[in-house]
Ligand binder design. Structure first.
Ligand code: SF4
Length: 325
């Protein structure tokens, strides 16, 4: 299992800390596809950085931790203190959004595999290592010839597939993909998503997809987490969330999706998210929420279960107090 426990992670700036993650907890299980959604700046990429133990200045882990539990050894727990990094590639890997900027432009593709998994290369031996690389490339519909190519000789879609091959060729249990289809055309987007899902089904590992695109989540994820202004506001089975979104923000996000045959203007979400330099007291969505109540402006809603593995942070969904009389 991979989980974040009450994580607070801030970006240090001259104007003060930007509270990118402010008390976020989430657990990711094996063999599932989880989506993380929300508009730009809500903290979804920062959450992935913490889960991947890739916290570097100006980002600072203020409190909480990420924990990776190894299946083979239940007692072995690795916290976000540099130790998850020891498990990179083998247990957990990362697919970043800008495939061109993660591949060294003056290094051919083959050495990227060799350099990123030196320990595995020594352990597996040259023959088995390259056989595995070729097998994974072939599964992603890439030929051996890409190994001798420079990144600029490949198309955007091919580079993204190379990055997916790099992230998956050692069969990690968790793959974190941050906006894996951003900046790709729609045809290539579909191809990349299909390949990612294929890889997950074959390897039976867990795939986390970060995307602001709710249509992507609807198509491929089994569970969905919605973030807003550094907080997790809703999480549950994707089908349940689309059928009956509980948080007003989720409702508006889903309502903004275009529908086949729809005429007229799409509805948007009015207003902008609050500054994370000095977030407001109470619910951070209060300034934009159509259901806002007085208490929302002073009392922060807790994350509560609404049944069926579905949680939501909104005062509309607090349990009714028991009447003792
Ligand atoms: Fe809206 Fe209040 Fe719920 Fe926040 S807590 S989403 S302001 S109803």
């Amino acid at each position: 299992m991979l989980r974040a426990e009450d994580v607070k992670a801030y970006y240090e700036t001259r104007r003060g800390p930007v509270r990118a993650l402010d008390g976020v907890s989430i657990a990711l299980h094996e063999n599932e596809i989880v989506g993380i959604a929300g508009e730009s700046g809500c903290g979804k990429s920062t959450l992935v950085k913490v889960l991947y133990d890739n916290v570097a200045s100006p980002l600072r882990l203020v409190s909480g931790r990420a924990v990776l539990t190894r299946a083979a050894d239940d007692t072995s727990v690795l916290a976000a203190s540099g130790s998850i990094q020891d498990r990179w590639w083998r247990d957990i890997s990362f697919v970043p959004q800008a495939s061109m900027s993660v591949l060294n432009p003056v290094v051919r593709i083959g050495p990227h595999f060799r350099d990123s998994a030196d320990a595995a290369f020594r352990q597996m031996g040259r023959g088995a290592f390259w056989a595995r690389v070729r097998e994974v490339l072939s599964g992603l519909r890439l030929g051996d010839d890409v190994l001798s190519a420079f990144p600029h000789q490949l198309s955007g879609g091919m580079r993204q597939r190379v990055v997916i091959a790099l992230a998956t060729f050692l069969d990690p249990r968790f793959i974190l993909a941050d906006e894996p289809t951003t900046a790709l055309d729609v045809v290539t987007q579909k191809e990349i998503l299909t390949l990612l899902v294929d890889v997950q089904r074959r390897m039976k590992n867990s795939l986390v997809i970060v995307s602001h695109d709710m249509a992507v989540h609807y198509q491929v994820t089994g569970r969905l987490a919605i973030m807003y202004a550094g907080k997790l506001v809703e999480c549950g089975p994707t089908s349940g969330i689309f059928r009956e979104p509980r948080h007003p923000y989720t409702r508006l996000l889903i309502g903004a999706l275009p529908r086949i045959g729809q005429r007229g203007k799409l509805s948007g979400i009015s207003g902008v998210p609050p500054s994370l330099l000095s977030p407001p007291a109470g619910c951070r969505f209060a300034g934009r929420c159509p259901n806002v109540m007085d208490r929302c402006r002073s009392e922060e809603p807790a994350v509560r279960s609404v049944g069926n593995r579905h949680v939501v942070a909104c005062h509309l969904h607090e349990p009714v107090a028991e009447d003792d009389s």
